[in-house]
Design a protein. Structure first.
Length: 297
């Protein structure tokens, strides 16, 4: 990916940022940093979705607006429009602030509301996009059915949801037992089950099955690769640093760690330590971004 050195960095837990707006535990600044990180992958996804000219699109969970900006830049020239929708007033405002700096501000409208009680009529959108939002909702299937209902015949619901998680460390980093990132994956599943899905309706099937149960057809999925090698951009360094620090800066996450791993993470994230992770030259950032798509009959 392009090595642009940006200085910018998705609520239940306050993991990152400076307190300016929270979206599932993430600040607007950290969300914007993530949007910059994923910009190339987002562009590939927009191309793959083959959005028809003049489309009406709703983004369910617009966050800080990075994807919104790429989306409207792609479809506005053909007459397309985007509705940026989020439950957080701060995120709607952050999206508006970003979009108003671009060339297609008049092609975006803004709506605050709950995905569980959508303020839209049925059959009004050609595409509904939702990125890493549905899994936070108490009843995921009900939410997906609601989103599917807003589609016109032939319209698509695209969900960016679970995939292969971020990796960038060698298996053996010389601290503790090998396999730190494997243990973090186990800790993540424990944390996610107890802190994110604890009060939600369980759905013991995959995302493709959920789209089918929502009444959609022609269900498909595609995975895109995010990857980078040193020298890393400021955006990539900020992302990887947060990825490790959140395990020791958040007490709920920290309690899920295997014995000794909190101390290892402290070493890896302390610039003065000889084990500071960004003193290494053998990091390889890679992550899978999977999009699940169903079409309205």
């Amino acid at each position: 990916m392009t090595k642009e050195h940006h200085k910018h960095e998705h609520g239940r837990h306050d993991e990152n940022g400076d307190g300016r707006g929270r979206h599932h535990g993430f600040s607007a600044d950290s969300l914007r940093n993530n949007d910059l990180l994923y910009a190339e992958v987002y562009g590939q996804a927009i191309d793959w979705l083959a959005i028809p000219p003049g489309a009406s699109v709703m983004e369910a969970g617009c966050g800080a607006g990075g994807f919104t900006q790429l989306l409207i830049d792609a479809i506005a020239p053909s007459g397309g429009r985007v509705t940026a929708f989020d439950e957080s007033a701060e995120m709607v405002d952050a999206t508006r602030e970003l979009i108003e700096l671009g060339a297609h501000a008049q092609s975006v409208s803004y709506q605050r509301g709950d995905i569980g009680a959508l303020p839209f009529e049925n059959g009004v959108f050609d595409l509904v996009w939702s990125s890493r939002t549905i899994h936070h909702l108490p009843d995921q299937l009900a939410a997906v059915k609601g989103l599917a209902g807003t589609l016109r015949a032939g319209g698509k619901l695209a969900l960016r949801e679970g995939s292969i998680r971020t990796r960038f460390l060698p298996d053996d980093i010389g601290l503790g037992a090998p396999g730190l990132e494997d243990r973090l994956d186990v800790a993540f599943q424990r944390w996610f089950t107890s802190e994110v899905r604890a009060n939600g309706v369980r759905y013991p099937y995959g995302w493709t099955h959920m789209l089918m149960e929502a009444g959609l057809i022609d269900i498909t999925a595609r995975t895109f690769m995010l990857e980078a090698l040193p020298p890393f951009s400021d955006v990539e360094i900020a992302y990887m640093g947060r990825h490790l620090r959140r395990w020791i800066e958040n007490d709920d996450r920290k309690s899920m760690l295997a014995a000794g791993d909190a101390d290892i993470l402290a070493e890896l994230t302390t610039p003065a330590s000889e084990h500071y992770v960004f003193k290494r030259s053998d990091l390889y950032l890679h992550e899978m971004v999977t999009i699940y798509v169903g079409t309205a009959a």
